[in-house]
Each structure stands twice: as C-alpha cells, then as structure tokens.
Design a binder for this molecule. Structure first.
Ligand code: SAH
Ligand code: SF4
Ligand code: F3S
Length: 441
C-alpha cells in the first residue's frame, strides 16, 4: 500500500470531498496517513472564501515543494476551491505540483493518479454543471470517525452575493438524487453515526432543478426521518427568504429533525444587504426569524456576519450589532470582509474600508456575539435536555463528556465514564459563554 496525506481546509463541503477522495484512493492502493512526512502522495484541499485561507494553502505547499527536492518520487496534488478558480495558474506559482483538481470532477482522481505516475502533469478543472452521483455510488466514503455524518444534498450556488466566491468555485446549483443521498444516510447509520447533517449552500433550493419529479427538502427530510433507529437530522445552510412554511412545519412534525436553523444574515443594515445582493432587508429577516421561533419550540437560530463590507458606514455597522441583539441570535460566525477575485464587490476599491477599522469592527462584532451567546445559554439553565455525547475529555483537570442538545448547544457534563455516542438526559445547572454545564439525571 502507498500512503496518502490530505490536508483539508475550508467548509464541510471540502471535508466531504476529502472523505470521498480517500474512499476512492483506498480502491487504488492508497491508505491514509496522518503523518505528512511519511506520505507518497500529498494532497491539499483548498478554500478560497477569504484571502487568508488561500495564502495558507500556498504557504503549506511551498514546504511540500522543498521536500520534493530530496524526494523526487513524491507526488503533490492541489485540489478544491482555489484549484477550481486558478486551474493552470497553479503550475506557474508552484511548478512542483503534479496535478490540479477542481471541485467538479473529484471522481476523475483514479485516472489522474495513473497519469501522474507516468510522469504527466494534469489539470482537471472543467465545470460540469451536473452532480457526480453515478460515480459516487461506485465507491466507499472514508468518513472521519465521529458522531455526525455530513451529507451533501446540493452542490454549488446561484445566488451571487457580491462578496462571495462560492458560485465561481463550486459552480451552478445542482441537487443530488434522493436515492443516492438516502443510501449514503443508511450507510452512515449502519456504521454507527448518530447524527446526519444534510449539507448545501442553500438547502431550501433542494430539488428545484429536478425536471422528472416534484421533490423538495421537506420530502427528503420525511424519507430520512422514516429510517429506523435513534438518530438526529440537521440541515444547513438556509437562505432566509427561501425557508418555506412547509419546511418549518415539517421540522416540527418530524421527531428526528432538530430544532436548529443556520440562517446567515450577513449584515443588519438594509442598505448594505442590498449592496450584498441579498434578497431581503433587516425587517424581512427579523420576521422570518420570529416566525420560526413562534412555530418551533426551543429553536435556536445561528447566523454569519461580515464586518467592513465596502462602503459600510459606522452607523450601518452599528445596525448589525443591534440586529444581533434584537433578533436574539443564539450564535454567529463572524469575519472581516476580504475582497475576492471575480466577485462584484471586489471592484469597489474606492469604497474599501481600511484594515484597522475593519478589524476594530470585527472585534466589536465578536463582543456582541459573546453577549448574545451567553444570553441565549442562560435561557436553558434549569432545563432538562437530551444530549448526544460526542467526546470524552479532560477539561481543566476534570473528566467531562461533551455533546450537543437537539438545538445544537454544547453541553459539558462531569463524568468519569466515556459515554461517546450515547443519548443522555441532562439537567442544565449553569452556563458559560460558549457552552452549558449539566449533570446526568
Ligand atoms: N451559503 C452560505 C454561506 C457560505 S460561505 C450563505 O448563503 O450564507 C460562509 C460564510 O463566509 C458566509 O456566510 C459569509 O459570512 C462568509 N464570507 C463569504 N465571502 C466572504 C468574504 N469575501 N469576506 C468575508 N467573509 C466572507
Ligand atoms: Fe455565497 Fe451567497 Fe451563495 Fe452563500 S448564498 S454561497 S454567501 S453566493
Ligand atoms: Fe467551502 Fe471555502 Fe470552497 S468555504 S465551498 S471550501 S471556498
């Protein structure tokens, strides 16, 4: 067996692709190693959401390029979102790379390996406009051992928010076939996973592109929910205005679907949202969040925000801070705006916010997030909640099991027994900013 090491950056989509590439490579004589120095094949699965992630990728393969000087047989592959975007340019910047593989045809990897072993250089970055469902069904997936299995249901995105590179790196939106998804769900459950997260840039669009059937996210959730056994179902990411009443109702009716929505708002200012090409304003988002809270007991709603979008004024930024509090968001991912090649907003150079202001705003955003998260956690103190245990660890000198509630709150429970993979009922006794503390009842 030869050894392959894959460094994975970016979101769950990339993690899912890595698991698929490892599964495929295992059929072609490669086993995974966690030690990059002992690998025969080194691959990097890159992310281009922000400049920083792209820079990290080039810095890492620079190191690998140096190793190759003394080990000429070493093969190096550059994959993922940066590969998709830059294609052949990668060879100019890193001549020691053997192959560049974009996000559209990861199942051409076996062919690529054959070619590079014959000494060829390969670039496979064509956009395909279809899913790889046929190929996917032929191979195993080498899932990272965990409690939660991430299963892509859509690929790509059609929204073209003006800051975002994803439509360029992942292509147009396409839905994977329900029969393939259901098979992957069953396989994951059979190998012990206890939580299934259906994944897509905008899961509420699932099925819109099917021409041969009427089948949407709510239908898929019903079929996954009908699979026997005790497990949980989640779905991310939701686009505010695409969330239908039927979907909200379905999440309430189906016992395995958890009370959790991830709905990025991006900014609290209606003017900024317009410039971002988001199809809602502050009030609309607020109403949708309120509707979900009214319909789904104990639901948590999390979000993403960008600080320092081109042209954002201090007042508009403050609107983001007030929105987080007013809407009572339970947790938010935050980032400073990073201009991305090809995107519309990257051309508004004269409107760019200087770095100091941007990072000062990001710090205030993070402070507000901490406040919101603590306020949200406090609501659950005194409650009894079901926790799915994910880890057994030593935290500040004490043994604890950690896991998540149905509404995705992290819970720490003192325990000398490792209950990873079990569902326990816990009384929440106190909370910190980022997690709840409980005891088994
Ligand atoms: N499909 C999801 C987001 C995917 S990208 C959605 O519609 O919201 C994940 C997050 O990265 C985004 O929500 C956004 O907050 C952030 N992001 C995307 N492009 C960015 C950029 N150019 N600079 C900073 N943050 C960015
Ligand atoms: Fe990017 Fe917008 Fe698509 Fe999300 S919805 S992936 S932010 S373009
Ligand atoms: Fe994901 Fe980064 Fe690509 S966030 S879709 S890996 S650009």
């Amino acid at each position: 067996m030869k050894k392959v090491y894959i460094e994975t950056m970016g979101c769950q989509m990339n993690k899912s692709d890595t698991e698929r590439m490892l599964g495929m490579l295992s059929n072609f004589g490669y086993e995974e190693t966690k030690d990059s120095k002992s690998a025969d094949l080194l691959m990097i699965n890159t992310c281009s959401i922000r400049q920083l992630s792209e820079d990290k990728a080039f810095s890492l393969i620079g190191t690998w390029g140096k190793w190759k000087k003394t080990r000429p047989d070493l093969k190096i592959g550059f994959c993922g979102c940066v590969a998709q975007q830059k294609a052949n340019e990668i060879f100019k910047r890193a001549h020691y790379v053997d192959f560049v593989l974009g996000t559209h045809k990861i199942y051409s990897l076996p062919e690529i390996i054959e070619k590079i072993n014959r000494g060829e250089k390969v670039c496979e970055c064509e956009e395909t406009h279809k899913t790889e469902d046929n190929e996917a069904s032929k191979y195993n997936i080498s899932r990272v051992k965990s409690i939660n299995a991430w299963i892509p249901i859509t690929e790509g995105c059609n929204n073209f928010c003006t800051y975002c590179i994803v439509p360029y790196t992942r292509g147009r939106e396409r839905s994977r076939l329900p029969e393939i998804i259901l098979k992957e769900v069953k396989d994951a459950l059979n190998s012990g996973f206890k939580e299934i997260t259906l994944l897509g840039q905008n899961v509420d669009s699932y099925g819109k592109d099917f021409t041969d059937r009427q089948y949407r996210l709510a239908d898929l959730l019903k079929e996954v929910n009908a699979i026997e056994g005790k497990f949980r179902i989640r779905f991310v990411t939701s686009y505010p205005t695409d969330i239908t009443d039927e979907l909200i109702k379905t999440t309430v009716e189906l016992d395995k679907v958890c009370e959790y929505f991830h709905i990025p708002m991006q900014s609290g200012s209606s003017e900024v949202l317009k410039k971002m090409n988001r199809r809602y304003d502050r009030e609309t988002y607020k109403k949708i969040a309120q509707k979900i809270r009214d319909m789904v007991p104990d639901v948590t709603i999390t979000s993403d925000f960008i600080a320092g979008f081109p042209g954002e004024t201090e007042d508009q930024f403050v609107e983001t801070l007030t929105a987080m509090e007013e809407i009572g968001l339970d947790y938010s991912n935050t980032a400073a705006y990073s201009p991305r090649e090809k995107t519309v907003a990257a051309k508004w150079v004269d409107k760019f916010i200087d770095e100091d202001t941007k990072f000062e705003r990001l710090a205030r955003l993070n402070e507000q997030n901490r406040k919101c998260c603590l306020a949200s956690n406090k609501k659950f103190v005194g409650r009894e909640m079901e926790v799915l245990i994910e880890n057994f660890e030593n935290h500040k000198g004490k043994n604890v099991i950690t896991g998540r509630t149905r509404n995705n709150k992290i819970v720490h429970i003192p325990s000398d027994v490792d209950l990873t993979g079990e569902f326990v009922n816990a009384k929440i006794t106190s909370c910190k900013t980022w997690y709840l503390v409980g005891e088994i009842v």
